[in-house]
Design a protein around this ligand. Structure first.
Ligand code: IPM
Ligand code: MN
Length: 345
């Protein structure tokens, strides 16, 4: 019989609440014969305050021993900025070589987006996940003096760019519109930007059916708002992808609906699925957090593990549930219960 060994990192703030709903829906959608084994990891702000640990080696090794990871959110105002982000979240992405950070955007009904009524919006951002300005390659000189100098070097390797660009071509080629847009800033970032474009064009020769386009990142932000229908698959650098996907979420239905997968396509390491949003400490514990982004991340997780029918059912039921909304506010639990009932039924 089939089984899923799932590592769960609820993390900080609303992470705990949304992950509980994600697991509820996962349990409801799985066929009877699939055995779900979950192991929860106590990582995040509380753990750091108690022990000073962010992600010890033994836990990293234990996490590796799973089919996938479900993560809620990381970060808390009581912890200095960067400690948990670098020591936990980015450490996982780098250690497990999550070079494809997959962030789909669809226009859902009844979300109050400024783009309401344009159902043809359906694109996916393939954000590079292991390089760019996220590598920690930098430093500070004369720190704390008026003459302080800080550098934060963007690292781009031909190997790293080619593998993510190729993944994006594969995804574009498998979609009906077969269109791939490279977003960078090669009018200013002439070293990295030109290398990305060169590799994009070279790999593109192997995908004659894929239509290609290039946009500078600043121009891309305009089109995300004015003409989002023009996008199908987008491939971009780690930092540009971070910024663009928050914008994408905001214009297509809100950050409460935006799902993501940190994917290691080779299967050497477990992939990790998480909502795009953060820990939202301001609403933690109030029951106001929307668990939909986590539930849609569970759909991406299921698709990654080969459960396409179940993934598609979750996505269809999220759309149907939003369609049926009458405008009354629902709590985190109520949304989770409604979706669990729908996917089971
Ligand atoms: C995200 C987050 C992270 C990122 C932070 C918390 C390190 O903003 O997943 O988009 O920048 O990648
Ligand atoms: Mn982000």
């Amino acid at each position: 019989s089939r089984s899923i060994r799932l590592a769960v990192i609820p993390g900080d703030g609303i992470g705990q609440e949304v992950v509980a709903q994600g697991l509820k829906v996962l349990t409801a959608v799985l066929p009877q014969d699939v055995k779900l084994e979950t192991k929860e990891y106590d990582l995040g702000a509380k753990r750091w305050h108690a022990t000073g640990d962010t992600l010890p080696d033994e836990e990293l090794a234990s996490l590796k021993n799973h089919d996938a990871i479900l993560l809620g959110a990381i970060g808390d105002p009581s912890v200095p900025s960067g400690v948990l982000e670098r020591g936990l979240l980015l450490k996982l992405r780098f250690a497990f070589d999550h070079f494809v950070n997959l962030r789909p955007s669809k226009l859902f009904p009844n979300t109050g987006t400024p783009l309401a009524g344009r159902p043809e919006i359906d694109f996916v951002v393939v954000r590079e996940g292991t390089e760019g300005p996220y590598t920690g390659n930098g430093g500070s000189l004369r720190t704390g003096t008026p003459a302080e100098v800080a550098t934060e070097v963007s690292v781009n390797t031909a190997y790293g760019v080619e593998r993510v660009v190729r993944d994006a071509y594969e995804r574009a080629n498998a979609r009906p519109r077969k269109k791939l847009t490279l977003v960078h800033k090669n009018n200013v970032l002439v070293y990295a930007g030109h290398m990305w474009k060169k590799i994009f064009d070279k790999v593109g020769a192997e995908y004659p059916e894929v239509t290609t386009d290039y946009l500078h990142v600043d121009a891309a932000t305009i089109f995300f708002v004015t003409q989002p229908e023009r996008f199908d698959v987008i491939v971009t650098d780690n930092l540009f992808g971070d910024i663009l996907t928050d914008l994408a979420a905001a214009v297509t239905g809100g950050i409460g609906l935006a799902a993501s997968g940190n994917i290691n396509p080779t299967g050497e390491f477990p992939s990790m699925f998480e909502p795009v949003h953060g820990s939202a400490p301001d609403i933690a514990g109030t029951g106001k957090a929307d668990p939909t982004a986590t539930i849609l991340s569970v759909a991406l997780l299921l698709r990654h593990l080969g459960y396409e029918t179940e993934a598609a059912r979750i996505e269809a039921e999220v759309a149907a549930d939003l369609e049926a909304r009458d405008g009354t506010a629902r709590s985190t639990d109520e949304i989770g219960d409604a979706l669990a009932a729908r996917v089971a039924g």
